[in-house]
Design a protein around this ligand. Structure first.
Ligand code: RIB
Length: 338
């Protein structure tokens, strides 16, 4: 039978992993009743703290491993910069890994960072990596979820409310008088894509007479946007959307290239366009892009801050930080807007 883990103790005692950690490291911070409950669970399960891993962590390197989905996306480079700036202030540095939406690459970076005995790992996961991160933590390497909500995983997390972001984007298009809206996103297995679509659906559900067409691109790049834009531009006018909400700004840039640079259609007159992330280039595109802004630099800095909390002695309880998105209106959805 596998040795009981800190998670098993937390489950049996009905408390969080962070509370068990506080009982072990700083019982003065926990009520007597909770201390008794946790200690009873420890005794019942025969849990033994992995002090070797904790001691190893104390002597860990001063680097932090950061794994992002696509380093070519300015959202992630801004996020990495935020983590790096906060790390530097704490005397740490950041090693960047790019999973490229490939689970095998993601797993290889997790193994590499564990072998390197990094101070901790920040990860924008492709799917559910909770089990892998639990093994990492039990062996002394804490982790923080980035651009993903914690969802009761027991790990600190920082994200933006993407359902609210999708709602903001489509509500704005409806308020501009658009009635045939297309959602252009990547694989719905990507949680950010699915949440933004959910928000779009909620906005449409509130407004009778509005249609929502879901177009799933192969990926989330400019090329994917250009391919989808070419397909839309080739349609008869009667079957084209009069507005497109793209799941990120890179796809929106590709759509703009296909529609406007080819001289085939006008934005926003023929088709209004809203992107997501508000990357630096959004305001400088051929038609300045309306976008749902994510505080990417702040997300990165906050993720690092949460990791410092997790590597403190004693570690603090996991926190789920959720920022609210902001709609930045420009000419691609509202004529005359800056
Ligand atoms: O990686 C896909 C998208 O999710 C990025 O463009 C950014 O919006 C992230 O939240």
């Amino acid at each position: 039978m596998a040795a009981a883990s800190i998670k098993d103790v937390a489950r049996l005692a009905g408390v969080s992993v962070g509370t068990v950690s506080n009982v072990l490291n700083r019982p003065d911070r926990v009520s007597a009743a909770t201390v008794d409950r946790v200690r009873a669970a420890i005794d019942e399960l025969g849990f033994v703290r992995n002090d070797a891993a904790r001691q190893l962590r104390v002597g860990r390197s001063s680097t932090v491993g950061l794994i992002v989905l696509d380093v070519r996306n300015p959202f992630f480079t801004d996020l990495a910069r935020g983590a790096e700036d906060r790390a530097a202030a704490a005397g740490l540095s950041v090693l960047l890994g790019n999973s490229d939406d490939d689970p095998a690459r993601e797993a290889a970076y997790l193994d590499l960072f564990e072998e390197q005995r990094v101070h901790g790992v920040l990860i924008s996961p492709i799917g559910d990596v909770t089990e892998r991160l639990e093994r990492l933590r039990e062996r002394g390497t804490p982790a923080v979820l980035v651009d993903r909500s914690g969802d009761g995983s027991g790990f600190s997390a920082v994200s933006v409310d993407d359902v609210a972001g999708g709602f903001l984007a489509v509500k704005h298009l409806i308020e501009q008088g658009r009635t045939r809206i297309a959602f252009l996103g990547g694989p719905l297995e990507i949680r950010q894509v699915a949440d933004r679509l959910e928000g779009a659906r909620r906005a449409v559900a509130e407004s009778p007479g509005i249609s929502l067409e879901v177009i799933t691109a192969a990926g989330l790049t400019v090329i994917d946007g250009r391919r989808a834009g070419d397909e839309i531009a080739a349609r008869p006018a009667s079957s084209r959307p009069d507005a497109i909400f793209t799941v990120n700004d890179l796809i929106a840039v590709g759509v703009l290239q296909a529609l406007v640079m080819s001289g085939r259609l006008r934005v926003p007159d023929d088709i209004a366009l809203v992107g997501y992330d508000d990357i630096d280039f959004a305001s400088a595109t051929i038609v300045p892009l309306t976008s749902v802004r994510q505080p990417s630099h702040l997300i990165g800095a906050t993720a690092l801050e949460l990791l410092l909390d997790a590597t403190a002695e004693p570690p603090t309880e996991p926190r789920d930080v959720v920022f609210q998105p902001e709609l930045v209106v420009r000419a691609s959805s509202r004529p005359g807007a800056p």
